[in-house]
Design a protein around this ligand. Structure first.
Ligand code: UD1
Length: 431
């Protein structure tokens, strides 16, 4: 069947076929580099003409789309195993930013920072809404405008210009937006004077981006807290950087194992980035051990349910809400999930109900009555994390599940089928 693909192109969608329950699930899995750290860091590499080597960069359709955008602008982007080399040795971006490429991923908006800060102009297609909510970029634009950029919007485009450069200023974010913090922090690196962003997002991916920027010669302090200070410099250089592990991938594997009562060991994980999930798992009766770079979940019985509310970091991540809902679906008791970050992030729930889950929703709250067993069914992934929730449920469900539209899932999970199969899942991918 021809449908719209996750990358925006028309085509036939692929599916996963999972036979559950995965009775022998367990073992060890290596966590990949973080998608959400990789994307802003790739964009920021365009701040300098020097060569940037990004190690542990996950091979995903989203990072591939960002690489294509950068190539179309004239950057040289080359993959060498798990590293990506980016050289933006250009005096002017080559092509105008086309709708087809930019509409593939929302994080394309992060290209605005280097275009505006280094080349004085960023004209990009307006990012649209998406399945999980409207996702406006007003906070990004307000910040750029406070830094002296002139912003015009029309004909589906955003045109920001600052021909004489950006100027440092004080920016208060009405909401600690991850993308706005990243875009403004990156742009401020080449601004004249000092920029202070308050009510900034605290996510670990922002601290990783700041570490990368500082290796390029930027002067960023406070990233990872709610006040970030950036002293502008006149030029930056290339550097080498290793991307942090993906806390959402790590959390997804933990949730899958917890639902199955299985043991799992995550290698190359950063336990401090997963405090909210580890606290919930322990409240549910799971036995977890965290080391410097690993997390081990020991086999246990049926977990007890819990109440979960998504919050900006260090609160419970919205990107693990769908998977956690799938976990609560088979826990003992009745639990509640409240989604406070995105207005429309429950599209996995009707699909989980097809598998026998007892879930009701009211506004941004879901009430989950845990059942002992789910049954395999034909379902559809509507977005990346909703898809991961369906995989979580299908591993636990008895019988065959077919999950359609898995291109959404492959935007954010590197070698997902291979990793799940190595952990004992019976999973096939069909085109
Ligand atoms: C990033 C992550 C995404 C995660 C989200 C929240 C990447 C590539 N994506 O998305 O996986 O789910 O953080 O943790 O890192 N908002 C506004 N105006 C703005 C910007 C945001 O109102 O200008 C609102 C959004 O509509 C949303 C909330 O702020 O309700 C959070 O969005 P934001 O933190 O910006 O998410 P993203 O950076 O898009």
């Amino acid at each position: 069947m021809a449908r719209a693909r996750a990358d925006g192109k028309a085509g036939k969608m692929a599916s996963y076929i999972i036979n559950g329950p995965a009775k022998n699930f367990g073992g060890s899995v290596k966590i990949s580099g973080s998608k959400n750290a990789a994307l802003p860091i790739m964009a920021a590499a365009m701040l300098s003409g020097g060569r940037c080597v990004l190690k542990n960069l996950p091979h995903l359709s989203d990072t591939g789309a960002m690489a294509e955008i950068m190539t179309s602008l004239g950057c040289s982007v080359e993959r060498k195993d798990s590293a990506l080399e980016i050289t933006a040795d250009i005096t002017k971006p080559r092509r105008k930013c086309g709708y087809e490429l930019f509409s593939r991923l929302r994080a394309s908006v992060l290209i605005m920072a280097p275009l505006l800060a280094r080349f004085g102009r960023a004209k990009i297609p307006m990012p649209g809404g998406c399945k999980i909510g409207a996702r406006p970029i007003d906070l990004h634009l307000k910040g750029f405008s406070a830094m002296g950029a002139k912003i015009r919007q029309g004909h589906g485009m955003i045109d920001a210009s600052a021909p004489d450069g950006l100027s440092g200023c004080r920016i208060y974010l009405d909401f600690p937006s991850v993308g706005a913090t990243e875009n403004l922090m990156t742009a401020a690196c080449l601004a004249k004077g000092t920029t202070v962003i308050t009510n900034a997002a605290n996510e670990p991916e922002i601290a990783d981006l700041a570490e990368f920027l500082n290796k390029m010669g930027a002067r960023v302090s406070g990233a990872g807290s709610d006040t970030v200070t950036i002293e502008g410099v006149s030029a930056l250089r290339g550097c080498e950087h290793k991307i942090i592990p993906d806390r959402i991938e790590a959390g997804t594997f933990l949730v899958c194992a917890a639902g199955l009562g299985a043991g799992i060991r995550l290698e190359d994980a950063r336990p401090p980035h997963l405090k909210s999930l580890l606290a919930k798992l322990s409240e549910m009766g799971a036995d977890c051990e965290a080391g410097a770079d690993f997390i081990e979940l020991r086999p246990s019985g049926r977990p007890k349910t819990a109440d979960i509310k998504t919050m900006p970091y260090p609160g419970f991540p919205t990107d693990l809400q769908a998977q956690a809902t799938a976990l609560l679906a088979t826990c003992e008791g009745s639990g509640m999930v409240v989604e406070t970050i995105f207005e429309n992030r429950f599209s996995h729930i009707p699909e989980l109900r097809r598998m026998g889950a007892g879930i009701k929703t009211e506004g941004n709250a879901a009430f989950i009555n845990g059942v002992r067993h789910l049954s395999g069914a034909e379902v559809s992934a509507t977005d990346l994390r909703a898809g991961a929730a369906l995989v979580t449920a299908a591993l636990k469900a008895g019988g065959k599940s077919v999950i359609h539209n898995i291109e959404h899932i492959e935007r954010g999970y590197e070698n997902f089928t291979e990793k799940l199969r190595a952990l004992g899942a019976d999973i096939e991918r069909t085109d």
